[in-house]
Design a binder for this molecule. Sequence first.
Ligand code: NAD
Length: 288
Amino acid sequence: MRQDDVGRDVEGLSRLEPMISERAARYIRDNFKEGAVVCLSGAGISVESGIPAFRGEGGLWEKYDPDIYANAEGLTGLLRRQPAKLADFIAGFYTLLIKARPTPAHQALAALERQGILRAVITQNIDNLHQQAGSRNVVELHGNAFRVRCPGCLKKITLEKERIKEMTELLKRNNSYARMLRIFSRYFPRCECGGRFRTDIVLFRELLPQEELALAYRYLDTCRLLLLVGTSLTVIPASGLPLYAKKNGSQLLEINQEETQFSQFCDLSLKGKADEILPEILDVLGYA
Ligand code: NAD
């Protein structure tokens, strides 16, 4: 694609198609080729499973200040000063995650992978729903809430849902500073190397796991079509990935309820719920 074509419609396709029009269907049939597609997903894909996105109406940050609740120092300060508030936040967050089930959008992506069309999902989500839906090649840029990692030797351990449930129940009942420390030392124990396990979520101002980021770039080096699903693309460095893919010759297809700052760079933007559009794409391709 020529530089001056960036942001223009492909073959006269209009951006922000309300549903999949015949012309959009043609674009999909022409571009969803074997091994050609990679998806970059964000919080929007999981909204219908009951996990609110960060931003926008009903977003988590309306209720919780990210400078406190998404930041290691903020969380430590909260534990000392207002342990009950921290207990309430963690218990509420994990209750949502444990209840959540994959949406038709997660399932459609897993089906596209089984058909050999989708090579990988690069996700900013930490909810494990892509894997639950059956996706195998999942690159987790921001970690996974169902894992703990040792900051010393980087060993990772997956936490059973039952164990997390047990922890949230204890947090709901025992939320003084001393009791919470006891609960945390039980569920985030010491590693053999001497470090202490912590949640494997990338918090604000923390570095992304470099091997995951490198893997994401490798997928983008060869992909022909990058799907941007349910992401506002406001978080660095994930927000740099679409333009990297585009410079490498990939097309961009956005699926979002709203126009984003990236819509103008996309070859096609489908406006609506991912849970409705992705199954429709499967239908267009004859895999429904
Ligand atoms: P975001 O909250 O910034 O943006 C969500 C985007 O999804 C918006 O553009 C919104 O218009 C769109 N959207 C909402 N519902 C949709 C639907 N049903 N179908 C299609 N689009 C929909 O999320 P982000 O871009 O992923 O970036 C924020 C950060 O939030 C990421 O770092 C991620 O780690 C974290 N996060 C993850 C989860 C999760 O794991 N489920 C939940 C909240 C936040």
